[in-house]
Design a protein around this ligand. Sequence first.
Ligand SMILES: [Zn+2]
Length: 59
Amino acid sequence: MKSDIRVCSAWRAVHDRPVYTLSDTCPECGADAENSAPAPFDPNDPHGEYRRALKRRHR
Ligand SMILES: [Zn+2]
């Protein structure tokens, strides 16, 4: 069995960074948690950098 660590499936929209959990749902926003095995960051997400920049501006 591989890692049990999961990551919030909605973290890109809801959180500043991936939220890891051992349960089936995100402890912070309640969204489904998905297997984080491949890569926590999706290098192919064209909006990732934009969203992060946007959140930074709102801080
Ligand atoms: Zn979450």
